[in-house]
Design a protein around this ligand. Structure first.
Ligand SMILES: *Cc1c(COP(=O)(O)O)cnc(C)c1O
Length: 234
């Protein structure tokens, strides 16, 4: 029963993405759906994989590594949660993209471990656009300088920006947040910094991804909308 639901859910989300793209005149190919599978068992990820999902998002290093070992190797793993420097070494050669880089110290650690393992790690800079105290991310004022600093490091590539918008009843309330992130990206692009591009805008979750797409999201991170509500035990 569960499996059918996951497939139906993904289908519905894909359809909504397609409809939204059509409405706002975007090519649906520009938007990647990331299935956020945190806290969910591997069996559920396998259902999503069987349907065709190849992009999965996790927010804990340990969990990502376990699932990486168990799941097929053609999956693109997205690290979307806060990353501690001492855990960077476990994932640099496993992740496709780290969405949550918010300090030079973290970027330096990623660069150092990437050099050791002879890989190049793609990252996004996380911006706390709404300035929420409870959230990680650099500020709108500091992001450009941070991008300049990261650009000088070896084996790490900034591919764009990420934000987590506040939880709101009406997704439209988050439109200014998404539009601000996009403006910052455009602004940074104009600087033509070596090793930097702004092709990825990771924004939008289950509650607000259609608004994010209409404001230019190229990655939407959908958990609940695919796998159902999460139960946290501890
Ligand atoms: C959990 C999580 C999501 C998915 O949230 P849903 O509301 O379940 O879609 C997206 N992005 C990040 C960074 C998350 O931690």
């Amino acid at each position: 029963m569960e499996d059918v639901t996951i497939r139906e859910n993904i289908k519905a989300v894909e359809k909504t993405i397609a409809v939204t793209c059509r409405e706002v005149g975007r090519d649906v190919q520009e938007v990647t759906l990331i299935a956020v599978s945190k806290t969910k068992p591997v069996e559920m990820l396998q259902e999503a994989y069987a349907y065709g999902c190849r992009d999965f998002g996790e927010n804990k290093v340990q969990e990502l590594i376990e699932k990486f070992e168990e799941m097929p190797k053609d999956i693109r793993w997205h690290m979307i949660g806060h990353l501690q420097r001492n855990k960077v070494k476990y994932i640099v050669d496993k992740v496709y993209l780290i969405h949550s880089v918010d300090s030079l110290r973290l970027a330096e650690e990623i660069s150092k471990e990437a050099v050791k393992k002879d890989v190049c790690v793609k990252i996004l800079v996380e911006v706390n656009v709404a300035n929420e105290e409870t959230k990680f991310g650099t500020t709108c004022d500091e992001v450009k300088q941070l991008v300049y600093d990261i650009a000088k490091l070896p084996n790490i590539r900034v591919k764009g920006l990420m934000t987590i918008a506040p939880f709101v009843e009406n997704a439209e309330e988050n439109r200014p947040i998404f539009s601000k992130l996009r403006k910052i990206a455009v602004d940074i692009m104009k600087e033509n910094i070596d090793n930097i591009d702004m092709e990825i805008l990771s924004m939008g979750m289950t509650g607000d991804y259609t608004v994010a797409i209409s404001e230019g999201a190229t990655c939407v991170r959908v958990g609940t909308g695919i796998f159902g509500l999460r139960q946290y035990m501890s």
